[in-house]
Design a protein around this ligand. Sequence first.
Ligand SMILES: CC(=O)N[C@@H](CCC[C@H](N)C(=O)O)C(=O)O
Length: 371
Amino acid sequence: METNLIQIRRDLHRIPELGYQEFKTQQYILDFVSHLPQERLTVKTWKTGVLVKVKGTAAKKLIGYRTDIDGLPIQEETGFSFQSEHEGRMHACGHDFHMTIALGILTYFANHPAQDDLLFIFQPAEEGPGGAETMLKEVLIGDWRPDLIMALHAAPEYPAGTVAVKEGLLFANTSELYIDLEGKGGHAAYPQHTKDMVVAAAYLVTQLQSIISRNIDPLDSAVITIGKITGGSVQNAIAEYARLEGTIRTLSSEAMEKVKRRIETITNGLAAAFECQARIDYGCNYYQVFNHADETARFMDFVRTYKGARLHECGEALTGEDFGYMLKEIPGFMFWLGVGSPYGLHHAKFAPDECALQMAVDLMVDYILTL
Ligand SMILES: CC(=O)N[C@@H](CCC[C@H](N)C(=O)O)C(=O)O
């Protein structure tokens, strides 16, 4: 049975929605699933997510395959004919690809059941505030708890046809970072009567970067990115408020704690120096993605000799993924799927190569058939 993967991807690309607001996406998935042969399917919803179980012919275990389903608050600039129809929202992290591939694999097994039971997990809110940890506690339990779990992530830096993976640590520990500064506003011509939070924010951004260069072991890796600054209301008034929004990435939880303590010390010092109030909020935090050795080695051996893919043994990345919570409790792995885009993840012109869709479906169907 032929599935039009490109059409599915483009349909989903048009309707990106933020975490826990994936109502149209959820409906699209449910409609799609309702057109598959139903004899072996059990479908459940969880918040804005969907779970589909496919009964095997002689099941000994439950094999899980997870995709994330949310988009990002980014205004798309690709100029595609199937560009996002949602103002300020974009599938700029490839979750439209991830979902399409999951639907492609599901279609195959709904028509040609595997020996084992399969569970397809369409998880909301990966970009934030995180769906995996709660989903694990609330719905991946009892008969719905997989014995093995797998997922992929689009990788723009590798051409379509590449599978990049490693055993052990693949993605970082993450924490969001929000810092609110409150000083005293006033006329632009009278700075002596104010506490200027635009100047304070500018100092703080550069001081925070010293944590990476001066407090983290140069042989370790960490990132602090401030992705958004807001403050002030007009060019000739001094800003009473400023807000920094960012994220922290580390390769260990110890380094994460160290970075947070230094952020607090530096922010408190800045508040004293600028005579202002400062509040820090760490938002949502994700556990690292740590691939299980045996399950990953088996998959790598398969890809090594698989005709339709090239294996690349990659290093770890400072990206984050709440799939890490699922891998903390269930054996399995995540891998990077090459999608060869000239623009990277989270870029308004991210343009992954659709050739990767069929290749990934074939790869995962063939791999699942070996399990
Ligand atoms: C694969 C990917 O890009 N994931 C996101 C996860 C974001 C988690 C959270 N909102 C944060 O910013 O810390 C990433 O940005 O790595």
